[in-house]
Write a protein of this length. Structure first.
Ligand code: NAP
Ligand code: ZN
Length: 351
């Protein structure tokens, strides 16, 4: 297969800084779209992956799955997109397209789904590389259309932070009578507040950070509870229909379960791994409460969200950075010092 060399940013080891690398992209095949990347959001998953927090990283890794760009070239069989279109790529670049999940627009649960980075690239028999790069080549079925009225840097985080919170809000039928709480005000958390608010829900934020209260209210939260304050946590008992927990590391879920209403659900989207401390089942049983998980969203649902954002003029609150600042951005993300998503201006890769 014909390939071309493309400039990118990535890392070759868990303890190494990200630096400029050269990677290979395939030349477009029949159904491929080649995209010049304009902006790429920085997700906490990028950091987990670069640091091998999940124990599955193959190096070198080029992170980035919140990609916005313009179509440079299309394969002969592409009919959805043309040169110059404003498009996006999220966390998925392929799936089997035949299983029940794929048929039901749930490609993210296909056993063969391919992540935008760190997945298996069947074309080049190697690992997929993400959006911290000049350009990317993607099957048209996994390319999304971006409304032209939206800020291009601001829309990038919708591709992961947005869809990861939108999918559970939709699955659990959040609407104007819903009482929703969000745990953690970072990339996912701030999109969750905006989207739950836009759906008409009453929104509460649980945060450890007292300095984020005003921001949370400006984003659309009706209330803020400081999770380290026992008195505030006690007042939150039996209050919520749905809680989205975006915290990236192991933490105690029990206080959040206690703050669910009867039939309420706590959806973990942030942390992947065994719980510590353990979950106490008593409030689950006594109140028919559920603890669930949710992974990003399918292609059709992501397009639905992009269109919703276009209609309601919703974008992420971003701090645009040059690619050369990515290592400092990771440091700040570890300190919860993000307001509220870093987005890389990819033209800096050429400077
Ligand atoms: P982020 O921007 O770093 O935000 C995480 C927030 O969690 C922080 O701002 C902080 O908010 C809170 N937090 C609580 N304890 C923390 C701790 N020990 N360290 C750091 N933050 C802590 O992260 P993100 O990009 O929103 O991603 C959140 C998690 O979701 C990551 O683990 C990521 O891998 C995962 N994720 C999952 C999916 C999925 O499909 N399920 C998709 C994308 C990302 P406060 O200051 O308000 O407490
Ligand atoms: Zn992500």
């Amino acid at each position: 297969m014909k390939t071309k060399k493309v400039s990118a940013y990535g890392t070759e080891a868990a303890d190494a800084a990200l630096k400029q690398l050269e990677i290979k992209r395939r030349e477009v095949t029949l159904k491929d779209v080649e995209i010049d990347i304009l902006f790429c959001g920085v997700c906490h998953s990028d950091l987990h992956f670069a640091h091998n927090d999940w124990g599955m990283t193959q190096y070198p890794v080029v992170p980035g799955h919140e990609i916005v760009g313009r179509v440079r070239q299309v394969g002969e069989g592409v009919n959805k997109y043309k040169v110059g279109d404003l498009v996006a790529v999220g966390c998925l670049v392929d799936s089997c397209k035949t299983c029940e999940n794929c048929k039901n627009d749930l490609e993210q649960y296909c056993p063969e789904w391919v992540g935008t980075y760190g997945g298996y690239d069947k074309h080049l028999d190697t690992t997929t590389h993400g959006g911290y790069s000049e350009s990317i080549v993607v099957d048209e079925e996994f390319v999304l259309r971006v409304p032209e009225n939206l800020d291009q840097a601001g829309i990038a985080p919708v591709l992961c932070a947005g869809i990861t919170t939108w999918s559970p809000l939709r699955h659990w039928n959040v609407g104007k009578d819903s009482k929703v709480a969000i745990v953690g005000l970072g990339g996912l958390g701030h999109m969750a507040i905006k989207l739950a608010h836009a759906l008409g829900a009453h929104v509460t934020l649980f945060s450890r950070s007292t300095n984020k209260i005003e921001d949370a209210k400006a984003l659309g939260a009706d209330e803020v509870i400081i999770s380290t304050d026992d008195a505030q946590m006690k007042r939150a008992l039996e209050s919520f229909d749905l809680i989205l927990d975006t915290v990236p590391y192991a933490h105690d879920l029990n206080p959040y379960v206690s703050s669910l209403n009867t039939n309420g659900t706590l959806v973990v989207v942030g942390y992947l791994g065994p719980l510590d401390p353990m979950l106490v089942t008593v409030p689950l049983i006594m109140g028919r409460k559920s603890v669930a998980g949710s992974l990003i969203g399918g292609i059709a649902e992501t397009q639905e969200l992009l269109d919703f954002c276009g209609k309601h003029n919703i974008t992420s609150d971003v701090e645009v950075i040059d690619i050369q600042d990515i290592n400092q951005a990771y440091e700040r993300m570890l300190k919860s010092d993000v307001h509220y998503r870093f987005v890389i201006d990819m033209k800096s890769l050429k400077s």
